[in-house]
Ligand binder design. Structure first.
Ligand code: 3HC
Length: 653
């Protein structure tokens, strides 16, 4: 071991056995910022010049190898050396360079590793080129070197999806050469010693395995359909598919494409989403407020929602106690939860030991007092105020004074539910989206009395559940359903004014929604909303515009896909435009004396977007949402708004 040599503020090295062990220390994620690139190029020059140095190891300080290029530098004037310069220098070095991947090697981080002469990873390392998720393509050789290592179809699958792989899969694909069994740096030193003095493999010089064009089409076709017209995946496929040309030519094309995309609207939108996700859990005034420790979660009501929450909680390592009204209902709930875990087992997301461990952490009961060990109890019972109030009163008597009570209500007022507890300060809303074990969004509702550490606990639980938490104040429908109501109302106005359901749906799909609004209604079923409208009828403001078309449909027994017809017909299960629906719409227009006009796709898109943003502005003005970017996250993750448009609040600018 020798003294530390400093190459820049973020790059230093020690020498072990004549090998320069270079460490990048650029918190939080060792991004390849200008100072890192400078330090690395100096370290490489030093290694080349010093006769006593036989090879180089590059690793990262902390739990990340390199999280990628520094996204915060995008849009700023370029500073040399660029990442491609450093990477070219690594590949060309006359001495072996080994990448020791101590943690995530993503984007530019993996590209740097791909140019090293050997890659060794710790068993927990994660690897990937997720640039398309930021609206760009890899810009430092990823589209050219990865196919040289793993072939064109596998490279397309990884890069055009942005999927992250674990070390085991990376080894079997051929992205890395070894997984370190013991100490990573010791193993990397061994690797350098084996390579030193011998001709070693330079990725850029490898020939690309020939690939069946049909296979390339199959892999890329699937991904591009899913990408719904986004530019970056299309460009990534093009670059990878043409990577058999000379390396320099491919690299130049890749860099030019990267730079063009980097300045695009799509990239700005996706980068907005990236930073919005990291901003969302930060709540002003709660800095330094520690969450309460949570190990055991009680879940009341083991229907679809409760079971999904239970499956997510078991997956995150919590002990779960499920409560239902009778032992029979609790038993059925248990079966439902186990069924969800079995699906994970069958799909390979869960292995047998994990499955066994998760089922061992689950118990169910019909007796309130069995919830005594819980640190947090989440109610997911029928959305009825009296039922929830009764439950909270009962729970108050059995849970510990420091335990937290959460309500999963969608439309009721959680302040009223909280007032049923003698300690409303321990109540928070956790509004999961269905299916709760799949959907990432979690609205964390800050009630009038919620204590600061109860709110931070809600956020910490969301993080451990791998959910995306967005804090919302109390209002009917919280952030998501309030905006959704405004958007739905506007879509119904459009219907009455002259657009047909399939025209509105086509405009939404053209914008990037995975499915149009009326098709979604049909899938979900129209009954629940119909029942709500009937309940609200007595209190509805008579001067308010109200469109009755949906009521007429329901009265005609058109309750959605399950009933065989709704906004569309489903003869043979296929969705088709139904002249009977058009007739109902036309009759309503005539009844109201509407002067019908036609709408272009752009007009439909604008009217719906304007409705969403106007409601978003209202939520900001009322202090229900803290930031416009939180609203964007809710609509993207809960309601199908295309991420590459950045969310309604971003898109309006
Ligand atoms: N550049 C700048 N800042 C970054 C960053 C990056 N590439 N990646 C993460 N950060 C910041 C985050 O904004 C966050 O900042 P904050 O503390 O101020 O909120 C902080 O680092 C920590 O990030 P996370 O909360 O995400 O930390 P985790 O530990 O949960 O995850 C990670 C770490 C897996 C590395 C995750 O941050 C991640 O996925 N990062 C992005 C990976 C990526 O997309 N890389 C490609 C970049 S583009 C590129 O490389 C272009 C190249 O081809 C030329």
């Amino acid at each position: 071991m020798s003294d530390v040599t400093t190459f820049s503020a973020t790059v230093s090295a020690t020498t072990r056995n004549g090998i320069l062990v270079v460490t990048i220390d650029n918190p939080p994620v060792n991004a390849t910022s200008a100072d890192v690139r400078l330090g690395l190029s100096r370290a490489l020059a030093h290694a080349e010049a010093e006769g006593a140095i036989s090879g180089v190891i590059i690793n990262g300080a902390g739990k990340t190898f390199i999280g990628g290029a520094d996204i915060k530098e995008f849009g700023k004037p370029p500073v040399e050396p660029t990442l491609p310069d450093v990477i070219e220098r690594i590949e060309a070095l006359s001495k072996p360079v080994v990448a020791a991947l101590n943690g995530a090697a993503l984007g530019g981080g993996l590209e740097l590793a791909l140019a090293c002469h050997y890659r060794i990873a710790s068993p927990t390392a994660l690897l990937g080129l997720p640039e398309v998720k930021l609206g760009i393509v890899p810009g430092a050789g990823g589209t050219q070197r990865l196919p040289r290592l793993i072939g064109i179809p596998a490279a397309i699958e990884l890069i055009a999806s942005g999927r992250i792989t674990k070390a085991g899969e990376a080894l079997s694909l051929g992205i890395i050469d070894e997984i370190a069994g013991t100490d990573l740096i010791d193993a990397a030193i061994n690797a350098v010693q084996k390579l030193a003095g011998k001709p070693f493999r330079r990725t850029g010089e490898l020939a690309i395995a020939s690939a069946d064009p049909a296979e390339i089409d199959k892999v890329s076709g699937k991904l591009l359909t899913k990408a719904r017209g986004q530019k970056a995946p299309t460009e990534a496929v093009r670059l990878i598919a043409s990577s058999h040309r000379p390396l320099a030519e491919g690299l130049a094309d890749e860099r030019a494409t990267f730079l063009t995309l980097r300045d695009s609207r799509e990239a700005a939108a996706l980068q907005h989403v990236f930073f919005a996700e990291r901003e969302a859990p930060k709540v002003a005034g709660l800095e330094g407020v520690d969450p309460r420790p949570i190990d055991t979660i009680g879940i009341c009501g083991l229907g679809l929602m409760g079971s999904g929450i239970a499956a997510a909680a078991l997956g995150a390592g919590y002990t779960v106690i499920g409560l239902d009204q009778t032992l029979e209902a609790a038993g059925k709930g248990r079966e439902r939860i186990i069924g969800l875990l079995e699906r994970n087992l069958a799909s390979g997301r869960l292995d047998q030991p994990d499955f066994d461990a998760q089922t061992a952490r689950l118990s169910v009961t019909a007796t309130d007092v069995d919830l005594t060990p819980c640190d947090l109890v989440i109610e997911a019972v029928f959305d009825d105020l009296d039922i929830k109030i009764d439950l909270f009163r009962r729970l108050d008597k059995v849970i510990r004074p420091d335990a937290i009570l959460a309500t999963n209500t969608s439309y009721l007022n959680p302040d009223e539910i909280a007032s049923a507890s003698k300690h409303p300060e321990r109540v928070v809303g956790l509004h999961f989206f269905s299916p709760a074990h799949v959907m990432r969004l979690l609205e964390v509702v800050r009630c009038k009395e919620t204590a600061p550490d109860v709110l931070t606990t809600g956020l910490a639980v969301a993080k451990r559940l791998r959910k995306l938490p967005v804090v919302t104040g109390v209002t009917e429908g919280f952030i998501g359903n309030r905006i959704f109501s405004a958007y739905r109302r506007e879509a119904e106005f459009l219907l009455e004014d002259g657009a047909l359901p399939h025209e509105i749906d086509a405009a939404l799909e053209d914008y990037g929604f995975p499915m149009g609004l009326f098709a979604v209604y049909d899938m979900a079923g129209l009954e629940i909303a119909w029942a709500r409208r009937k309940r609200q009828a007595a209190t509805r403001e008579p001067s308010e515009r109200y469109v009755e078309i949906a009521d007429r449909l329901c009265e005609a027994g058109r309750l959605g896909q399950k009933s065989g017809r709704g906004w569309y017909a489903y003869a043979d299960g296929k969705r088709t435009v139904d002249p009977q629906v058009t007739a109902i719409i036309e009759a309503e227009r005539t009844k109201k004396g509407v002067v019908v006009r036609s709408f272009s796709q752009a007009e439909i898109q604008k009217r719906l977007l304007d409705a969403m943003t106007a409601e978003g502005e209202a939520l900001l003005a009322e202090g229900i949402a803290a930031r416009a970017s939180d609203i964007d996250l809710v609509m993207i993750n809960g309601y199908g708004f295309p991420a590459h448009k950045g969310g309604p609040m971003f898109a309006k600018n």
